[in-house]
Write a protein that binds this ligand. Structure first.
Ligand code: CAA
Length: 284
């Protein structure tokens, strides 16, 4: 596989901007692409805030921050990805959008560039099937917050070229991540298990079995987790969790993923978690 030194990231929301930071911290040249100038500016602001926090905590000096940010170009034109050795998309979780993006990329990047999706739940096989070279398509699934969490699920399909899979695993290690190779099934490994856990927790809350604080405390203190499930749903976003849960349930019909009515109502009411200021908890 070609050596990876320039990387493109499409979509600069929470996940996309976090992924840009990971690559830039790893010494790679990064081109981040958004659809509008407003979204591009929002992506840049996320990167600035995240690296400012590292400076404030004494984890990074200002020269280091300038070096990281200096490796990043932000654009609103997919043609700026022509030199990319790898492109990771983190666009909205809608199959037609993924197909549009990858279809356009087919005509822009080199034939041996790798195309990866950060999708949380959509089928990589289906995404790859809409491209001219499905053998170069894999999943590269980061976890929120991407600059902090070490896991990368490298998702393979029956069409994936083994050299591409090995190259993405190797790159993930170079970035200081812990890659795991998993097959293409709804939720892959981590989200399949995590979302069954979320749904069970929501059901306990809905049934009045426990208060939200005691539920979170039980798992945080009792299971040694960094945060309880409701705090984590607030971090990931209730809308994102609702969508991922529905996709997994739609594919598996497994009772442990049966959607929580309460979660759906909260999303309809605009309670999306940290990003909207209120979810299960309220944020300043
Ligand atoms: N971006 C960059 N850095 C961040 C960050 C962010 N959004 N949030 C926290 N950090 C950094 C802090 O700067 C700090 O760095 P240093 O140790 O180098 O100083 C470190 O992370 C710890 O942060 P805090 O002290 O502020 O807070 P904490 O110790 O409570 O950790 C946490 C915060 C990392 C979010 C931790 O609570 C945690 O790991 N929670 C669980 C997160 C999790 O399970 N995520 C998976 C969600 S599922 C998913 O993402 C899959 C999907 O497809 C939906």
């Amino acid at each position: 596989m070609r050596e990876i030194s320039t990387v493109g990231v499409i979509g600069l929301g929470t996940m996309g901007a976090g992924i840009v930071e990971v690559f830039a911290r790893g010494g790679l040249t990064v081109v981040g692409v958004e659809t509008t100038q407003e979204f591009a500016d929002r992506g840049r602001a996320i990167l600035q805030a995240s690296t400012d926090r590292a400076v404030a905590r004494g984890k990074l000096d200002e020269a280091g921050q300038a070096e990281i940010l200096g490796r990043i170009t932000i654009s609103t034109d997919l043609n700026d990805l022509a030199e990319a050795d790898l492109v990771v998309e983190a666009v909205p979780e809608v199959m037609s959008i993924k197909h549009d993006v990858f279809g356009t990329l087919d005509g822009i990047v080199a034939q041996d560039a790798v195309l990866a999706s950060n999708t949380s739940s959509l089928s990589i096989t289906e995404i790859a099937a809409g491209t001219a070279h499905p053998e170069r398509v894999v999943g590269m699934h980061f976890f929120n917050p991407a600059p902090v969490l070490k896991l990368v699920e490298v998702i393979t399909t029956v069409r994936s070229d083994q050299a591409v899979v090995d190259g993405v695993v190797e790159l993930s290690r170079r970035l200081g991540k812990k890659p795991v190779v998993v097959g293409d099934r709804a939720g892959f490994v981590a989200n399949y298990l995590l979302f069954g856990y979320f749904t069970s927790a929501l059901r306990m809350l809905e049934q009045g079995h426990v208060s939200r604080e005691d539920l979170d405390t039980a798992m945080r203190v009792g299971a040694g987790l960094p945060m309880g499930p409701l705090t984590l749903v607030d971090l990931v976003g209730l809308d994102v969790c609702h969508h991922i849960g529905e996709v997994i349930y739609g594919h598996t019909r497994s009772p442990m993923h049966a959607p929580s009515a309460m979660l759906g109502r909260m999303v309809t009411a605009g309670l999306l978690g940290r990003k909207s200021g209120r979810g299960f908890y309220t944020y300043a």
